[in-house]
Design a protein around this ligand. Structure first.
Ligand SMILES: [Zn+2]
Length: 245
Protein backbone atom coordinates (compact mmCIF):
# COMPACT_ATOMS: atom_id res chain seq x y z
CA UNK A 1 0.00 0.00 0.00
CA UNK A 2 2.91 2.33 0.68
CA UNK A 3 4.34 1.88 -2.80
CA UNK A 4 0.81 2.37 -4.24
CA UNK A 5 0.62 5.86 -2.68
CA UNK A 6 4.22 6.70 -3.48
CA UNK A 7 3.75 5.93 -7.19
CA UNK A 8 0.63 8.07 -7.44
CA UNK A 9 2.17 10.86 -5.35
CA UNK A 10 5.50 11.25 -7.13
CA UNK A 11 4.41 12.91 -10.41
CA UNK A 12 1.92 15.17 -8.57
CA UNK A 13 4.54 16.46 -6.15
CA UNK A 14 6.80 17.23 -9.07
CA UNK A 15 4.01 19.16 -10.83
CA UNK A 16 3.28 21.11 -7.62
CA UNK A 17 6.94 22.08 -7.21
CA UNK A 18 7.11 23.21 -10.85
CA UNK A 19 3.94 25.30 -10.30
CA UNK A 20 5.37 26.93 -7.17
CA UNK A 21 8.60 27.81 -8.99
CA UNK A 22 6.64 29.49 -11.81
CA UNK A 23 4.57 31.48 -9.30
CA UNK A 24 7.64 32.61 -7.34
CA UNK A 25 9.09 33.97 -10.59
CA UNK A 26 5.83 35.82 -11.31
CA UNK A 27 5.78 37.38 -7.80
CA UNK A 28 9.33 38.69 -8.23
CA UNK A 29 8.39 40.20 -11.62
CA UNK A 30 5.24 42.11 -10.44
CA UNK A 31 7.01 43.49 -7.34
CA UNK A 32 9.12 45.75 -9.57
CA UNK A 33 6.08 47.51 -11.25
CA UNK A 34 3.34 49.97 -10.12
CA UNK A 35 2.54 49.35 -6.36
CA UNK A 36 -1.29 49.18 -6.71
CA UNK A 37 -1.11 46.91 -9.72
CA UNK A 38 1.55 44.87 -7.94
CA UNK A 39 -0.75 44.41 -4.92
CA UNK A 40 -3.65 43.21 -7.13
CA UNK A 41 -1.31 40.87 -8.93
CA UNK A 42 0.10 39.58 -5.65
CA UNK A 43 -3.43 38.58 -4.54
CA UNK A 44 -4.11 36.95 -7.90
CA UNK A 45 -0.84 35.04 -7.63
CA UNK A 46 -1.65 33.90 -4.06
CA UNK A 47 -5.04 32.63 -5.23
CA UNK A 48 -3.33 30.77 -8.09
CA UNK A 49 -0.84 29.27 -5.63
CA UNK A 50 -3.71 28.08 -3.40
CA UNK A 51 -5.38 26.49 -6.43
CA UNK A 52 -2.17 24.69 -7.43
CA UNK A 53 -1.68 23.36 -3.88
CA UNK A 54 -5.34 22.25 -3.63
CA UNK A 55 -5.14 20.49 -7.00
CA UNK A 56 -1.90 18.78 -5.94
CA UNK A 57 -3.38 17.66 -2.62
CA UNK A 58 -6.55 16.22 -4.16
CA UNK A 59 -4.61 14.43 -6.92
CA UNK A 60 -2.31 12.89 -4.30
CA UNK A 61 -5.25 11.74 -2.16
CA UNK A 62 -7.33 10.40 -5.08
CA UNK A 63 -6.84 6.62 -5.28
CA UNK A 64 -6.92 4.90 -8.67
CA UNK A 65 -10.37 3.65 -9.59
CA UNK A 66 -11.37 0.44 -7.83
CA UNK A 67 -15.00 -0.45 -7.21
CA UNK A 68 -17.27 -3.49 -7.10
CA UNK A 69 -20.59 -2.87 -8.85
CA UNK A 70 -23.74 -4.84 -9.67
CA UNK A 71 -23.59 -6.28 -13.20
CA UNK A 72 -25.57 -4.44 -15.87
CA UNK A 73 -27.66 -5.96 -18.66
CA UNK A 74 -25.02 -4.72 -21.14
CA UNK A 75 -22.26 -6.51 -19.19
CA UNK A 76 -24.08 -9.85 -19.66
CA UNK A 77 -26.05 -9.39 -22.90
CA UNK A 78 -23.95 -11.89 -24.88
CA UNK A 79 -22.21 -13.84 -22.12
CA UNK A 80 -25.16 -15.07 -20.02
CA UNK A 81 -28.31 -17.05 -20.75
CA UNK A 82 -30.83 -19.06 -18.72
CA UNK A 83 -29.32 -22.36 -17.57
CA UNK A 84 -25.85 -20.95 -16.84
CA UNK A 85 -24.37 -22.21 -13.54
CA UNK A 86 -24.36 -18.74 -11.92
CA UNK A 87 -26.75 -15.84 -12.51
CA UNK A 88 -26.54 -12.03 -12.44
CA UNK A 89 -27.21 -11.91 -8.67
CA UNK A 90 -24.01 -13.92 -8.04
CA UNK A 91 -21.88 -11.81 -10.40
CA UNK A 92 -20.25 -8.39 -10.05
CA UNK A 93 -18.50 -5.95 -12.33
CA UNK A 94 -15.12 -4.87 -10.95
CA UNK A 95 -14.22 -1.42 -12.32
CA UNK A 96 -10.50 -0.73 -12.01
CA UNK A 97 -7.58 1.40 -13.11
CA UNK A 98 -4.89 -0.35 -15.12
CA UNK A 99 -1.85 0.61 -17.22
CA UNK A 100 -1.92 0.02 -20.95
CA UNK A 101 1.11 -1.05 -23.02
CA UNK A 102 2.23 2.61 -23.28
CA UNK A 103 2.11 2.95 -19.47
CA UNK A 104 -0.97 5.21 -19.63
CA UNK A 105 -3.67 4.98 -16.94
CA UNK A 106 -6.93 3.45 -18.21
CA UNK A 107 -10.13 2.32 -16.53
CA UNK A 108 -11.63 -1.05 -17.43
CA UNK A 109 -14.30 -3.50 -16.31
CA UNK A 110 -14.28 -7.22 -15.63
CA UNK A 111 -17.19 -9.49 -14.63
CA UNK A 112 -16.45 -12.06 -11.89
CA UNK A 113 -18.27 -14.05 -9.19
CA UNK A 114 -19.33 -11.82 -6.28
CA UNK A 115 -17.52 -14.08 -3.80
CA UNK A 116 -14.14 -13.47 -5.49
CA UNK A 117 -14.66 -9.79 -6.43
CA UNK A 118 -12.62 -8.37 -3.48
CA UNK A 119 -9.70 -10.69 -4.35
CA UNK A 120 -9.87 -9.66 -8.01
CA UNK A 121 -9.84 -6.00 -6.99
CA UNK A 122 -6.76 -6.69 -4.82
CA UNK A 123 -4.99 -8.35 -7.79
CA UNK A 124 -5.64 -5.34 -10.06
CA UNK A 125 -4.39 -2.94 -7.37
CA UNK A 126 -1.12 -4.91 -7.21
CA UNK A 127 -0.83 -4.91 -11.03
CA UNK A 128 -1.34 -1.12 -11.03
CA UNK A 129 1.39 -0.64 -8.39
CA UNK A 130 3.74 -2.94 -10.29
CA UNK A 131 2.95 -1.13 -13.57
CA UNK A 132 2.10 -4.44 -15.22
CA UNK A 133 0.69 -3.66 -18.71
CA UNK A 134 -2.80 -4.81 -19.75
CA UNK A 135 -3.92 -4.34 -23.36
CA UNK A 136 -7.69 -4.08 -22.85
CA UNK A 137 -10.19 -4.81 -20.07
CA UNK A 138 -13.79 -5.24 -21.25
CA UNK A 139 -16.56 -7.74 -20.43
CA UNK A 140 -16.63 -10.45 -23.12
CA UNK A 141 -20.16 -9.27 -23.98
CA UNK A 142 -18.43 -6.46 -25.89
CA UNK A 143 -17.22 -9.23 -28.26
CA UNK A 144 -20.74 -10.73 -28.54
CA UNK A 145 -19.68 -13.48 -26.12
CA UNK A 146 -17.08 -14.81 -28.57
CA UNK A 147 -14.00 -16.06 -26.74
CA UNK A 148 -12.10 -16.17 -30.07
CA UNK A 149 -12.92 -12.50 -30.82
CA UNK A 150 -12.04 -11.40 -27.27
CA UNK A 151 -8.71 -13.29 -27.42
CA UNK A 152 -7.88 -11.92 -30.89
CA UNK A 153 -8.41 -8.37 -29.51
CA UNK A 154 -5.94 -9.23 -26.70
CA UNK A 155 -8.75 -8.52 -24.23
CA UNK A 156 -8.47 -9.50 -20.57
CA UNK A 157 -11.78 -10.97 -19.34
CA UNK A 158 -13.36 -13.39 -16.87
CA UNK A 159 -17.05 -14.38 -16.86
CA UNK A 160 -18.33 -16.11 -19.98
CA UNK A 161 -20.98 -18.82 -19.80
CA UNK A 162 -19.21 -21.41 -21.91
CA UNK A 163 -17.83 -24.94 -21.84
CA UNK A 164 -14.16 -25.90 -21.65
CA UNK A 165 -12.98 -25.81 -25.29
CA UNK A 166 -13.90 -29.06 -27.08
CA UNK A 167 -15.98 -30.48 -24.16
CA UNK A 168 -19.51 -30.14 -22.70
CA UNK A 169 -18.11 -29.37 -19.23
CA UNK A 170 -18.63 -25.85 -17.78
CA UNK A 171 -15.44 -23.80 -17.77
CA UNK A 172 -14.55 -21.93 -14.55
CA UNK A 173 -15.22 -18.84 -16.71
CA UNK A 174 -18.91 -19.85 -16.58
CA UNK A 175 -18.70 -19.43 -12.76
CA UNK A 176 -16.80 -16.10 -12.98
CA UNK A 177 -13.84 -17.74 -11.23
CA UNK A 178 -11.25 -17.64 -14.03
CA UNK A 179 -9.51 -14.69 -15.71
CA UNK A 180 -7.64 -14.69 -19.02
CA UNK A 181 -4.92 -12.00 -19.12
CA UNK A 182 -3.39 -10.56 -22.33
CA UNK A 183 -4.33 -13.63 -24.46
CA UNK A 184 -2.04 -12.69 -27.38
CA UNK A 185 1.05 -12.46 -25.18
CA UNK A 186 -0.20 -15.47 -23.18
CA UNK A 187 -1.78 -17.91 -25.65
CA UNK A 188 -3.43 -21.26 -25.02
CA UNK A 189 -1.12 -23.86 -26.59
CA UNK A 190 -2.35 -27.42 -27.25
CA UNK A 191 0.13 -29.30 -29.45
CA UNK A 192 0.22 -27.39 -32.74
CA UNK A 193 -2.92 -25.35 -31.92
CA UNK A 194 -2.40 -21.80 -30.63
CA UNK A 195 -5.29 -19.57 -29.44
CA UNK A 196 -5.45 -16.80 -30.45
CA UNK A 197 -3.46 -17.27 -33.70
CA UNK A 198 -1.47 -14.05 -33.05
CA UNK A 199 -0.19 -15.72 -29.88
CA UNK A 200 2.14 -17.86 -32.01
CA UNK A 201 4.78 -15.10 -31.64
CA UNK A 202 4.73 -15.76 -27.86
CA UNK A 203 4.88 -19.55 -27.76
CA UNK A 204 8.58 -19.45 -26.82
CA UNK A 205 8.11 -18.61 -23.15
CA UNK A 206 11.85 -18.14 -22.56
CA UNK A 207 11.75 -14.98 -24.75
CA UNK A 208 10.43 -12.51 -22.19
CA UNK A 209 8.25 -9.77 -23.67
CA UNK A 210 5.92 -7.08 -22.29
CA UNK A 211 2.61 -8.32 -20.84
CA UNK A 212 3.67 -11.96 -20.49
CA UNK A 213 2.81 -14.17 -17.54
CA UNK A 214 6.10 -15.51 -16.21
CA UNK A 215 6.90 -17.91 -13.41
CA UNK A 216 7.70 -15.68 -10.37
CA UNK A 217 6.78 -12.62 -12.47
CA UNK A 218 4.45 -9.85 -11.19
CA UNK A 219 1.28 -11.27 -12.80
CA UNK A 220 1.67 -14.81 -11.45
CA UNK A 221 2.68 -13.46 -8.02
CA UNK A 222 -0.32 -11.08 -7.88
CA UNK A 223 -2.77 -13.95 -8.48
CA UNK A 224 -0.85 -16.25 -6.12
CA UNK A 225 -1.26 -13.61 -3.36
CA UNK A 226 -5.04 -14.30 -3.34
CA UNK A 227 -4.61 -18.06 -3.80
CA UNK A 228 -5.38 -18.19 -7.54
CA UNK A 229 -3.44 -20.60 -9.75
CA UNK A 230 -1.97 -20.32 -13.22
CA UNK A 231 -2.87 -22.55 -16.20
CA UNK A 232 0.71 -22.86 -17.51
CA UNK A 233 0.86 -26.55 -16.48
CA UNK A 234 -1.73 -27.35 -19.20
CA UNK A 235 -0.45 -24.80 -21.73
CA UNK A 236 -3.06 -22.12 -20.94
CA UNK A 237 -0.70 -19.23 -20.22
CA UNK A 238 -3.47 -16.57 -20.12
CA UNK A 239 -5.60 -18.49 -17.59
CA UNK A 240 -5.77 -17.86 -13.82
CA UNK A 241 -8.44 -19.47 -11.63
CA UNK A 242 -9.50 -20.23 -8.09
CA UNK A 243 -8.87 -23.99 -8.43
CA UNK A 244 -6.11 -24.17 -11.03
CA UNK A 245 -8.50 -25.80 -13.57
ZN1 LIG B 1 -9.30 -19.07 -19.32
Amino acid sequence: MTSWRALVGAPTSFATLAGQAAIATAVARVASTDPEYAEAMRIAVLLALAAVLAAGASATAAPPVGSILPVTAADLRHSYRAGCPVGPAQLRTVRVSYRDFDGRAQVGRIVVASRVAPDVLAVFRILWSERFPIRRLQPVSAYRGSDDASMAADNTSAFNCRFVGGTSRWSLHAYGEAIDVNPVENPYVRGSRVSPPAGRAYVDRSRHQKGMALRNGPLVRAFASVGWRWGASFGDYQHFSTTGR
